[in-house]
Design a protein around this ligand. Structure first.
Ligand SMILES: Nc1nc2c(ncn2[C@@H]2O[C@H](COP(=O)(O)OP(=O)(O)O)[C@@H](O)[C@H]2O)c(=O)[nH]1
Ligand SMILES: [Mg+2]
Length: 297
């Protein structure tokens, strides 16, 4: 039997979280078209006839401007070490930049086999693929280079087969019914954050966080009451989240409630507040509270 860790690394927005969700078949990591959506390491386990793969999704590697981002990049770079297989996920539909070269350069010191995933091939013309493969082949000795689409599933099964191929022999690391290490409280906050990101579109910078303040035990009717706070960075961002006469916060609450009810498999009552906490991205205590990991120990 095969068993071990496969880490997804890459720049923000490459499609790492989309790939994790598609492979594991659960929405473990939230996805958005804004960069830096994934702030922590997310683990997803999948069992195959040939063995067990523990997938590790990471924040994108980028130039950090806040303590939060320093933590995020640390987590991502740490995830490149001490795993069995690395999958470097690249957005093939955009031109490679300094960030991509930085990442490829980091691979040089590693002995880990690296599979290059040229993601989002659904967006590019076929004739652009070969030159792209050629340029990456020259940049690093990837064990495999696979054009894929996490969005439509192209070559995702091929990828899974390859990951298993490069994993060592071993016994399963997690029980067969184990899916993720994400605690319930964290998942609830993430579902809410995803709705904030999606519904406020480009109006709100991605500097939003969600604190799940309290989860009550179910009442007689089985309804679970949840109390959550949406943190924004500036006073001027509050009206964007609240909306005219509260219309936006209502829409966020309604959409999130449907998803959280599906996730918890119970009826919920969602109590939402918006709070301005300036500089929260540089506040270590809040970052701990929010579960943005510090350097892995
Ligand atoms: N067209 C297309 N879009 C994708 C694909 N994979 C991811 N996306 C989109 O790219 C954006 C970023 O995806 P996400 O998984 O959050 O990227 P991450 O930052 O690397 O985790 C989202 O809007 C996804 O829906 C793909 O294969 N094709
Ligand atoms: Mg992500």
């Amino acid at each position: 039997m095969k068993s071990g860790f496969v880490s997804f690394v890459g720049r923000p927005n490459a499609g790492k979280s989309t790939l994790l969700n598609r492979i594991v078949g659960h929405k473990l990591a939230i996805v958005s078209d804004k960069p830096q959506t994934t702030r922590t390491r997310v683990l997803g386990v999948k069992n195959y006839e040939e063995g067990q793969v523990v997938f590790v999704d990471t924040p994108g590697v980028h130039r950090p401007t806040h303590r939060m981002n320093v933590r995020m990049v640390d987590v991502a770079l740490e995830a490149m070490r001490e795993v069995d297989v690395l999958a470097l996920v690249v957005d093939a539909s955009v031109k490679a930049g300094p960030g991509d070269r930085f990442l490829v350069a980091r691979l040089k010191d590693l002995k880990t086999p690296v599979v290059l995933v040229l993601n989002k091939v659904d967006l590019i013309a076929k004739n652009r693929l070969l030159p792209l493969i050629e340029s990456y082949r020259r940049a690093h000795a990837f064990v495999e280079i696979v054009p894929a689409s996490a969005a439509d599933g192209t070559n995702v099964e091929v990828l899974e087969t390859l990951f298993l191929k490069y994993l060592p022999e071993g016994v399963p690391l997690y029980p067969a019914d184990y899916v993720t290490d994400q605690p319930e409280r964290f998942m609830i906050g993430e579902i809410l954050r995803e709705q904030v990101l999606q519904l406020t579109h480009d109006e709100l910078p991605f500097s939003t966080a969600v604190l799940v303040d309290r989860i009550e035990a179910p009442d007689e009717s089985g309804t679970v009451r949840l109390y959550c706070t949406i943190l924004v960075d500036r006073e001027s961002q509050k009206p964007i989240v609240v909306g005219r006469a509260g219309s936006m916060i209502k829409a966020i609450g309604t959409a999130a409630r449907v998803e959280i009810e599906r996730y918890l498999e119970t009826r919920i009552y969602l109590d939402l507040h918006v709070k301005v906490t300036s500089e929260w991205r540089d506040n270590d205590r809040l970052l701990d509270e929010l579960g943005v990991q510090n350097r892995q120990r």
